[in-house]
Write a new protein. Structure first.
Length: 495
């Protein structure tokens, strides 16, 4: 074991970067072991881990990132980081100590990014109390970056106040992140929590993440020399809060993303709950979300999203993009409370295939910032209009082949003038609605189907207050069976 105090760190001030690095290098040179960080405060720049080294932060130890951007280097990696490892095996960060990334040193606390769409300059902070704060363009890129590493462990540590991405797992094999507490300032933009990127066999469990961007985001980026999928990712028993999306796949999907499982999680106070953004050439398939509760709300400021509990969009990033397929996505036993709509939206040239909602409840609410938020957010991308105004159903599907909605319940708890149907689906093929219960927000149809082929609506219950239960316009082949529509003023209208 190497103790950083034996290499010159005092824990009472100064900049012990060289001392910590010396301890790591000595440990690595001896074949690996533990680098012990005892109680105290240690301000540091970039530290690079070596194969076989476990950096252990004892309870009461705080490693604080330097406020000087010049103290951060890339050192053979694609980004400037606080703690990094490249081409390392059997590497870990553990302990009950704290990695304080000093994020507020790299933003202007008196300015926010202009909240108007299409604007990115600074404006006074009172224009948007929820941020995002205006960042220093020279802020570090990442708190922790593991690049082309295998058998990585991050356990029990508290990571707080990252100025940018917090944990980036890039091209890694075999990662376990457990019991980690990420506490970022919600006003800091791009402060993602944990991002597996072109990595495989990743387990994230028992973590709490508060982040000013996606809390957990699975990617397959095209910005690096490597070209590989992101696969076999599991996320369980986590509590997540985000100014963007609690759990997201994309938008970087240059390579395949497959076999991802998310279960037993809580997402709260977020701009979005569960999301998939397909924008590039990779295939996304074999994704499931189960036993998850989500609570979303509208926030002030230039954040992506409009409080969608679920947002799935498949659109080309540019006019030249050969868009990959998004298919085989399942949501089961998901309880949603949100100020926005569930949105599933596909490009007309590449529909979303095999989508299943099973055991889903969505209670639509309205909050302090919900007025005038009658829009869907299709960012990022150059082809589609980023933000489109429209009236909003509780669930909106466009361009889906073989969608199955089973045992779905919609409840309205405070409606707004732009709220419409419980379920709206257009430009679909082979739609099944089985066991739905609910009604529309005000007048009109509870279920509205248009411009589709082959729909089955069966064993549904129209709640009291239903105006018209089912409206079909331009649907080729509709089967309606065994529905309880006594509470509806009108049962079915088919044009």
């Amino acid at each position: 074991m190497e103790n950083i105090r034996d290499h010159g760190a005092t824990g009472t001030g100064g900049n012990p970067t060289d001392a910590i690095q010396a301890a790591v290098d000595a440990c690595g040179a001896d074949g690996g072991g533990v680098v012990h960080v005892p109680p105290g405060e240690y301000r540091t720049g970039t530290v690079m881990l070596r194969s076989g080294v476990r950096l252990h932060l004892a309870g009461g130890a705080t490693v604080r990132g330097s406020p000087d951007p010049g103290d951060y280097v890339a050192d053979g990696m694609p980004h400037r980081v606080l703690v990094g490892a490249v081409d390392a095996e059997n590497v870990a960060i553990t302990g009950r100590g704290t990695l304080d990334c000093n994020g507020l040193a790299f933003v202007d606390e008196n300015a926010v990014i202009d909240p108007r769409p299409g604007h990115a300059g600074p404006v006074p902070r009172d224009r948007s109390p929820d941020g995002p704060l205006f960042p220093d363009p020279d802020r570090p890129d990442c708190a922790l970056l593991f690049y082309r590493c295998s058998n990585v462990e991050i356990r029990d540590v508290c990571i707080r106040d990252s100025p940018h991405w917090t944990v980036h797992l890039l091209c890694c094999d075999g990662v376990h992140v457990h019991g980690v507490d990420v506490r970022n300032d919600l006003r800091i933009p791009n402060s993602d929590g944990i991002n597996p990127d072109m990595s495989r066999n990743v387990r994230i469990s028992g973590c709490t993440v508060t982040a000013g961007d996606d809390a957990i985001c699975v990617k397959a980026s095209g910005d690096y020399p490597e070209a590989r999928p992101c696969e076999q990712v599991t996320v369980t028993n986590c509590t997540l809060q985000s100014r963007s999306c609690g759990i997201k796949l994309g938008s970087e999907t240059e390579y395949d993303i497959r076999n991802c499982r998310f279960s037993n999680c809580v997402v709260y106070g977020s701009n979005r709950g569960l999301g998939i953004q397909n924008r590039d050439a990779g295939v996304i398939e074999g994704v499931s979300f189960s036993d998850i509760s989500v609570e979303t709300r509208h926030h002030t400021g230039n954040w992506w999203g409009v409080a969608e509990p679920i947002s799935i969009t498949s659109l080309p990033r540019t006019a030249d993009t050969d868009l990959g397929t998004l298919q085989e996505v399942r949501f089961s036993n998901v309880d949603l409370v949100g100020e926005g709509s569930i949105v599933v939206y596909a490009d007309r040239t590449e529909p979303i295939r095999k989508l299943r909602f099973d055991g889903l409840t969505h209670r639509v609410t309205a909050g302090d910032h919900s007025g005038g938020r009658n829009e869907i957010d299709l960012r990022p991308g150059e082809v589609a209009d980023g933000i489109r105004e429209r009236d909003l159903p509780a669930i909106y599907l466009r361009g889906v082949e073989r969608a199955e909605l089973e045992n779905v319940t919609i409840e309205w708890d405070g409606t707004l003038p732009y709220h419409t149907h419980a379920i709206e689906s257009e430009e679909f093929t082979d739609l099944l609605i089985d066991g739905f219960r609910g009604r529309q927000a005000d007048a009109g149809a509870a279920v509205a189907l248009s411009d589709g082929e082959r729909a089955i609506v069966r064993q549904c219950i129209a709640d009291p207050g239903t105006d018209l239960f089912l409206a079909c316009d331009g649907v080729d082949g509709t089967t309606v069976a065994d529905n309880v529509t006594d509470a509806a003023a009108t049962a079915v209208e088919i044009d």
